[in-house]
Design a protein around this ligand. Structure first.
Ligand SMILES: NC(=O)c1ccc[n+]([C@@H]2O[C@H](COP(=O)([O-])OP(=O)(O)OC[C@H]3O[C@@H](n4cnc5c(N)ncnc54)[C@H](OP(=O)(O)O)[C@@H]3O)[C@@H](O)[C@H]2O)c1
Length: 264
């Protein structure tokens, strides 16, 4: 097996979906285990991957292992599989707060570890993953992991001290963006627009604006200025957003998010 996932919930399903859709590995080259029979049945039916109940079986069969359980289960899962992990295997982790040092101590032996922080837009192939390898991982192996991560978006290698920032700026940020879209749609509905149409206008505006930042390379402030004509409608909205502390709210929320990640 090319790759194995321990835990097959939301994130693993998104990653596997992208890997299969991009043709990096075939479904029959992927193996998953999960504590829940229901998740295994879903993986078999929807993704057509190999499923097993025993996490150790994934480690025995797969070249690359992705630990895709919630952080609170990491300790017990690692304790159960650590003896089976082989020198040449790559272990990819996706849990916030689980540092390379913590992982190293819990495995209790040298393991090729790549600490990653993906986000849910991976479900639609638009994720971004923060990546931090340990010293046992070669450039070639990091490239191989990158090919996997590129199947459901893009990735950036960051120093480990920035992984908690990755949590706040991309791991958790889809939640803030969804709130923003919902709030914009609520306002449009309040002004008489049908709800479904309001979500479409709000979401497409966020998508288009994000693409403008990424594709023009222009500073977001410059792009904002382009929309704000003198004495116009947009600058009125900007004035009220500033008065209500919009930017400061986002900054404070993200600092709390990163702090929580550091404390996990
Ligand atoms: N969702 C996100 O936005 C996001 C973003 C970045 C990173 N992550 C990280 O990705 C990881 C997975 O998150 P998720 O949202 O995919 O979680 P999830 O949907 O809860 O999936 C985890 C799966 O693992 C199963 N599981 C629990 N204990 C297990 C064990 N001992 N052995 C095998 N399987 C076990 C769970 O079963 P039960 O339901 O029975 O517990 C569940 O089906 C987490 O570490 C999370 O922090 C998530």
């Amino acid at each position: 097996m090319k790759i194995g996932f321990i835990g097959c919930g939301n994130m693993a399903s998104a990653m596997i979906g992208g890997i299969i859709a991009k043709g990096l590995y075939k479904a029959e080259e992927i193996i998953v285990s999960d504590a829940m029979d229901e998740s295994l049945a879903k993986a078999k039916a929807n993704l057509k991957v190999n499923t097993v109940k025993d996490n150790k079986e994934v480690v025995k069969q797969a070249e690359i292992i992705v630990l895709s359980v919630k952080p609170q289960f990491y300790e017990e899962v690692i304790e159960a599989i650590c003896k089976e992990v082989r020198d040449e295997q790559l272990v990819i982790t996706i849990a916030p707060g689980k540092t390379l040092k913590w992982l190293d101590e819990n495995f209790g032996k040298p393991v090729k570890l790549i600490r990653c922080m993906p986000n849910t837009p991976a479900l639609v192939g638009e994720g971004i993953t923060g990546v931090c390898p340990n010293e046992n991982v070669t450039e070639e192996e990091l490239k191989k992991a990158g090919e996997i991560l590129n199947c459901f978006g893009s990735y950036e290698v960051v120093p480990e001290h920035l992984m908690d920032v990755v949590v706040s700026v991309s791991g958790s940020s889809p939640a803030y963006v969804f709130m923003f879209i919902e709030a914009m749609a609520d306002a449009a509905v309040a002004d008489g627009m049908p709800r479904a149409q309001a979500y479409k206008f709000a979401a497409q505006s966020v998508l288009g604006s994000a693409r403008m930042v990424l594709e023009t390379g222009k500073h977001p402030g410059e792009l904002k200025d382009m929309v704000c004509s003198p004495a116009g409608t947009t600058i009125e909205a900007v004035r009220v957003l500033e008065e209500k502390g919009f930017r400061s709210s986002v900054i404070e929320a993200m600092k709390a998010c990163a702090e929580k990640s550091r404390s996990l």
